[in-house]
Design a protein around this ligand. Structure first.
Ligand code: HEC
Ligand code: HEC
Length: 397
């Protein structure tokens, strides 16, 4: 009791540098998402409304049961609570949140996609996720959403001739669908690809609107920076914040208002039991450069705007490296394969900084005390959204 009293009497003292760091993490500093010139409808309200419907539409899958929202669950910060996602089958990695994704030049844990629209196409065709194929989706969308589609993207082709446009055709794994795809003319394949890409562009227009909500940390930062009286940020939360921006070096990678540098790092997270170590970013770059829907491709609306892709960082330090996640969507389990069950496990991991199974762990042991680790944990918990959002974009349409 005495302690609490003393701490309230002596508000924490922050240095100028610490105050700057706190401000830099505050949500008030978040600028509008960077433009995406590769998607002409990125900022179209009509496209976002259309994308909103597509994101929640279970018919947009071969089984009629899987939507993007089945794994990116709005009430769970657009995640699920599984170590590895499950739809038609089990995915290789954990579902990341899509909140604030428009700020990142790279999508996926290994960054194998360089735009939100290009990313959105992959789950539709993956057998484990939505499991469908290109002609199936093109026909479904032009049929069910004809007016909305044509208002945004113009008249779609007539797909009624099933010899020209088979019911099921697409270039990926399924052999029957692939051979049907190979029999189509290049021009017809291109028409289907355009519709497919437009589905991704509408979904991306919607995803750009999914942004984090202010949390207790932001309220604290705002009060602190404007000199108001602060009542509900505890001593341990304050000291946890001090460690985060100071001795624990978390801010090296978890920086800016989204608490991520959107870069790739090897932090020595072990593989899940019995699996070969995941190569992470080095493999992601290979796939990104071979990607038919990347920024350079003819389906990009600005193939000459690809600064990020042109100067993509490569190097041996990217072996076993994964994208730094935002800390504004924390939910267990943590890390790219859900390897760590609790925040305590995460902090113990950083404190010990074990050698990596593949590549080199960039982080050094922290040698913090148990009490300091608890303080860091308390601080991280103040990044949880405190109030239910009123935004219609966070609900099913
Ligand atoms: C089976 C569950 C599942 C479904 C269905 C699903 N996703 Fe995902 N999503 C994942 C997983 C798992 C990852 C991470 C995979 C990886 O990094 O290798 C991911 C990654 C992403 C990312 C990258 C986020 C980041 O921070 O890098 C975005 C964006 C995304 N999904 C959007 C979508 C959209 C749009 C749809 C619907 C078209 C969709 N997802 C359908 C599980 C799913
Ligand atoms: C060298 C860059 C770097 C530093 C320093 C760093 N992190 Fe991370 N952090 C990452 C990366 C990369 C991941 C994802 C790693 C993975 O999944 O393999 C991550 C994941 C996390 C996660 C899991 C988030 C989720 O959604 O799964 C938490 C929590 C976290 N870091 C907190 C911290 C804290 C607290 C510190 C300081 C003690 C810290 N990080 C220091 C790069 C870093």
């Amino acid at each position: 009791m005495w302690f609490l009293f003393i701490n309230l009497e002596h508000p924490p003292v922050w240095s100028d540098n610490e105050l700057k760091a706190i401000q830099s993490l505050s949500l008030a500093e978040l600028k509008p998402p960077p433009p995406d010139p590769t998607n002409l409808v990125a900022n179209s309200a009509q496209a976002a409304r259309f994308g909103h419907k597509l994101f929640f539409d279970e018919q947009l899958s071969i089984t009629g049961t899987i939507a993007c929202a089945s794994c990116h669950i709005p009430t769970q910060n657009f995640r699920d609570l599984l170590p590895k996602a499950i739809a038609i089958g089990e995915a290789e990695r954990r579902t990341p949140s899509i909140t604030g994704g428009a700020y990142s030049p790279w999508q996926y844990w290994d960054g194998r996609k360089d735009s939100q629209w290009s990313q959105a196409l992959a789950p539709l065709e993956r057998p484990l996720e939505h499991g469908g194929n290109r002609t199936f989706y093109a026909r479904y969308v032009l049929d069910k959403y004809k007016d909305e589609y044509e208002l945004i993207f113009g008249l779609g082709p007539d797909l009624s001739d099933i010899d020209r446009f088979p019911v099921h055709a697409g270039p990926l794994e399924n052999l029957d669908w692939n051979s049907a795809w190979q029999k189509m003319t290049l021009q017809d394949r291109d028409s289907i690809n355009r519709i497919f890409v437009n589905i991704g562009k509408a979904i991306a227009a919607y995803e750009r609107l999914i942004l984090p909500e202010p949390t207790r940390f932001d309220e604290y930062a705002e009060a602190l920076l404007s000199g108001e009286e602060i009542t509900d940020y505890s001593y341990d939360e304050v000291e946890g914040l001090r460690l985060f921006i100071g001795r624990a070096n978390c801010i090296d990678c978890h920086n800016g208002p989204l608490l991520t540098n959107n870069e790739f790092h090897n932090t020595g997270i072990l593989s899940s039991g019995g699996e070969i170590p995941d190569k992470g970013r080095v493999q992601g770059i290979r796939e990104l450069l071979a990607e038919p829907f990347n920024c350079f491709s003819k389906y990009s609306d600005a193939p000459d705007s690809c600064t990020e892709l042109s100067f993509v960082r490569t190097g041996p330090e990217l072996i076993g490296a994964f994208k730094t996640p935002s800390l504004r969507t924390l939910k267990p389990p943590f890390m790219h394969k859900g390897q760590l069950a609790t925040l305590k496990d995460v902090l113990k991991h950083y404190n010990e900084a074990p050698a990596s199974m593949i590549g080199h762990n960039e982080a050094k042991p922290l040698n913090l005390t148990l009490h300091e680790l608890t303080q860091l944990e308390r601080f991280l918990m103040t990044l949880e959204t405190s109030q239910a959002s009123e935004s219609k974009w966070l609900k099913a349409p």
